[in-house]
Design a protein around this ligand. Sequence first.
Ligand code: SF4
Ligand code: SF4
Length: 239
Amino acid sequence: MSSLRDWLGTGDAADADWGGHVRRLAARGELGFGGGDLLLDLPALAQPHACRPASCAPRLRAAGCRSCCADLDVEVSAAEQAAIEAALPSLRTELAERDPRWQAAPSWVDGGVLTRPGGRCVFAAPAPTGFGCALHAAEDRRGLPRGALKPMPCRLFPLVVVDLGEPTLLLTALHRSTGRHLGLPARPFPCLSGDDTVRLVDSAHDTLAELWGARAAGRIRRAVRRYLRNSGADAGAGA
Ligand code: SF4
Ligand code: SF4
């Protein structure tokens, strides 16, 4: 949680006016409570979600498809930049073996935003599924906790954390009801446009537990399941 608060203080937190959205959620009974000062956008967290990198990878994807690793600006905080910079000497060697772009020693950050040489994130390395995150893979190989190298916006996507005014946070996501606030529609992202049975609150459970702790992640999941049951959208949702 402290890493999330640090990032909210310095990073690329969503900062549009969300007051009207929160009031609409409350009026419809769609605003949940995650404990402490955390509010939940229940429809956004209950939407179907399944990551399919091969469906959004440039050159493999259908026309109009968008990717979090190719089409979005990823702003990195000063602390995140310093951590990546410190890992770069060995990362560069590994990346140059897998990704021709790294043989030219590209600049990896520009104005606090990850560069996208060739139309995809500089750390999106070729993989059998299209591409994979080299920072995520490096964390796994080195036994580092998630977030030691991978920037917060990438850990969260498609989740979004909105600072409603200290200390209240809204946990929401890219969704048909939030695209206007976020400046991008949800539909072109293949993970959000299918009719998967897995709900975002479940697919993102590890991230929620890393950022808020296991107990809070359980509370968030139960709140979303209650919402699904009460709205009749998921008769099979467990307790
Ligand atoms: S989260 Fe969505 S946009 Fe990002 S790689 Fe997965 S399918 Fe593509
Ligand atoms: S840092 Fe990793 S997860 Fe983030 S955009 Fe780049 S490749 Fe994707």
